[in-house]
Design a protein around this ligand. Structure first.
Ligand code: DAH
Length: 379
């Protein structure tokens, strides 16, 4: 490393040319000597290192030291040299020599010393291709089953008001049903009326209300989205998870339509041999309400896998998959629908849970910690 940036005795164009030419020749020679990552770092530090790098030195020894009337000329040269140095360091970084940037070409033209070329025979840089996240993939699959039935897709905000998340869904203030859906509340909202206070939505059901407010029946929608609850994380719970919601409202929709639609959807998702079964449940915004089970597609409904008990269905042969029901007439009151003229059904399912079952994943946390060794398996 014999070269050190010299102090200039003269700042005439000819003297500047000579000094620049020498510097570029050294730059080129040293760039050719870069063969390893360690060389590359040393090369970079020597030329663009902030403290004693060559660029800093030419700035100090050439530009700062130049007499006033030569400053302009020297400044221009220094800028050109800087561009040449940066481009060369950058090339050393990628291992590919690229076509000269205009400033480099200029220095090259003036001084005839930098040769930059593009070797198109070198292999390109391979960037690993990402793949769809398993939960998003599952949501897309569910949504597409309903799109094929003529449903359209709606989305709504994750930060929601108390009104849409609870009140308009027939959870009155202080109603105990709210306890099952505790969530994060946005701070310092006390001055607002309760209905306007913001929280992270606990389910995708508020989008039912938002859609019915803006659309007259008939309505047939699916709503994929992210939701939050105050659930401590464990193998089957996460404070953030995903749901796909559905709503169909029209004249004369009955519980039979609900059963037929959901039975079809489960067969489309899990295979035509699965069976469905409904048992009574409670949700404030549906009446009657039900939980739907599908026969376990892992053990075929037997509750056993060979001699082993089937864990996903807890040996019952059935897996609880979603909540559903006929839209409660009270809900129509919040959106100006006439409950005497329309009826409808709604349902909501956890996409993460379905992905867990589909892919045989044993911990929901794996979906969210971002370990590519896990995610790569779904490519
Ligand atoms: N929102 C409910 C929950 O998160 C799920 C649900 C149940 C949605 C019944 C519905 C429904 O649309 O009709 O627990």
């Amino acid at each position: 490393m014999a070269y050190t940036v010299p102090k200039l005795k003269s700042f005439t164009p000819a003297a500047l040319d000579k000094a620049a030419e020498k510097l570029l020749a050294v730059l080129k020679e040293e760039a050719q000597g870069v063969t390893s990552e360690a060389d590359r770092k040393a090369f970079r530090d020597r030329w663009i290192g902030r403290k004693n790098g060559v660029l800093t030195e030419i700035n100090d020894l050439w530009l700062k030291a130049a007499p006033k009337d030569a400053k302009r000329e020297v400044g221009q040269r220094v800028n050109e040299l800087r561009a040449a140095v940066m481009a060369t360091v950058e090339n050393a970084r990628t291992g590919v020599t690229i076509a000269p940037a205009p400033a480099v070409a200029k220095v090259g033209a003036v001084l005839g010393s930098v040769s930059v070329s593009l070797d198109i025979t070198l292999p390109g840089i391979r960037r690993p291709l990402g793949s769809e996240h398993p939960v998003i993939k599952t949501m897309h699959e569910i949504v597409s089953v309903f799109r094929n039935l003529g449903y359209s897709v709606e989305e709504g905000p994750v930060i929601e008001t108390d009104y849409y998340n609870f009140e308009a869904l027939n959870f009155p203030p202080n109603h105990p049903a709210r306890d099952t859906q505790d969530t994060l509340f946005i701070a310092r909202q006390e001055s607002k009326p309760q209905r306007d206070r913001l929280l992270l939505r606990t389910h995708t059901s508020p989008v039912q209300i938002r859609t019915m407010e803006k659309m007259k029946p008939p309505v047939r929608i699916v709503i994929p989205g992210k939701v939050h609850r105050n659930d401590p994380p464990d193998a089957s719970h996460s404070p953030m998870f995903h749901q796909v919601e559905g709503l169909a409202v029209d004249a004369n929709i009955t519980f039979c339509d609900l059963k037929g639609t959901l039975d079809h959807a489960m067969k489309a998702l899990f295979g035509s041999s699965v069976k469905t079964s409904f048992r009574p449940s409670f949700f404030p915004f549906t009446e009657p309400s039900a939980e739907m089970m599908v026969s376990c597609f892992i053990c075929g409904g037997s509750g056993k896998r060979g001699p082993e008990p089937c864990r996903p269905c807890k040996q019952t042969g059935w897996i609880e998959i979603l909540g559903c029901g006929m839209v409660d007439p009270n809900v129509y009151g919040f959106v100006d629908y006439d409950p005497k003229k329309v009826s409808g059904f709604a349902f909501g399912m956890g996409a993460d849970r379905i992905a867990i079952l589909k892919y045989g994943v044993d911990d929901i946390q794996l979906f969210f910690i971002g370990d590519v060794r896990f995610l790569e398996q779904f490519g």
